[in-house]
Design a protein around this ligand. Structure first.
Ligand SMILES: [Zn+2]
Length: 296
């Protein structure tokens, strides 16, 4: 009797901590389906390894992020955060070429209108890229950043907002950004605070809000959850100097009580993160702004 193997199944991929290549990790959450989340023993970043194949992840991405009611609702909920981030970035850069990587429907471009700005985007979902391009007079490429032949030292400002979890090679993509950004230009990366995200995603809060004990899934499009220290190390090793860290407003919902609690919690984290950057771990979202070093 022969044992048949399923040759059509996608193979899993292995990954390593982008901030600490070669450093071992420990299994942190076993997905039970061949995928796991592991934790870097050096910087504490949690990442999927083994993870689902490129092909199956990209199928999910298009399903989740293409133009539709869900995407418009998310964009509307994110407006206060995008406005806040634009305000922070304009204290560093007031004109030039902006590239928003993972630009979604392009709503961030609303804050960079006028003759002083040239707007560029990269977006995996072709329908979202098309919408962003037509709606906001921007040049938006459908695909991944590594696939777009941008010129060296072209951009004054590059943003990667609430999308860093999905990159399959964050170090490689930051090296690409370091190449296409001008020396002295700025990069902004927004992610969730890791401790906040875990508190929100496992246990009683997840049960109350999402009606399940955990919403984490190692077989998903969420590949990396960085610690602030791991993210900073990675950005700096790719040729940047981190110049500021800010707690970012949570998305707004249609529930006034929930919004009031999130606003109060955000203010508390804003205060505490001025005392110590450790508290960024507990922020719902935070933004690191980094300047491209003039010398490699
Ligand atoms: Zn690490």
């Amino acid at each position: 009797m022969t044992i048949e193997t399923n040759l059509t199944a996608d193979p899993f991929e292995m990954a390593e901590c982008p901030a600490c290549p070669g450093v071992p990790s420990r299994v942190w959450l076993d997905g039970g389906d061949g995928t796991c989340y592991v934790r870097c023993i050096s910087c504490g970043t949690i990442y999927a390894s083994p993870r689902a194949s490129h092909a199956s992840r990209y199928a999910w991405l298009d399903e989740r992020f293409s133009v539709g009611e869900n995407a418009f609702q998310n964009a509307q909920a994110r407006q206060p955060a995008l406005e806040q981030i634009a305000g922070i970035l304009k204290t560093y850069v007031t004109r030039g070429a902006l590239l928003d990587i993972g630009c979604d429907l392009g709503h961030f471009f609303e804050y960079f209108q006028g003759a002083f700005w040239k707007r560029f985007g990269v977006e995996l979902s072709p329908s979202a890229a098309d919408y962003a391009s037509k709606t906001f007079d921007a040049s938006v490429h459908a695909g991944a950043i590594a696939d777009v032949p941008f010129s060296n030292a072209f951009f004054d400002l590059v943003t990667m907002l609430d999308m860093f979890y999905h990159l399959e090679n964050p170090r490689g993509d930051l090296e690409t950004v370091a190449r296409i950004i001008k020396p002295g230009g700025y990069l902004a990366v927004e992610v969730s605070g890791l401790s906040y995200y875990l508190l929100r995603s496992i246990g009683i809060i997840s049960l109350l809000v999402d009606r399940k004990w955990t919403r984490l899934d190692s077989n998903s499009v969420y590949l990396f959850y960085f610690t602030p220290g791991g993210l900073r190390k990675l950005i700096e090793e790719c040729g940047f100097e981190v110049v500021s860290a800010s707690v970012i407003n949570s998305p707004v919902s249609s529930k006034p009580l929930r919004d009031m609690i999130s606003a109060g919690y955000g203010s508390l984290m804003r205060f505490l993160s001025r005392v110590s950057l450790y508290w960024l771990n507990w922020a719902p979202k935070y933004l690191l702004v980094a300047r491209r070093k003039k010398e490699p």
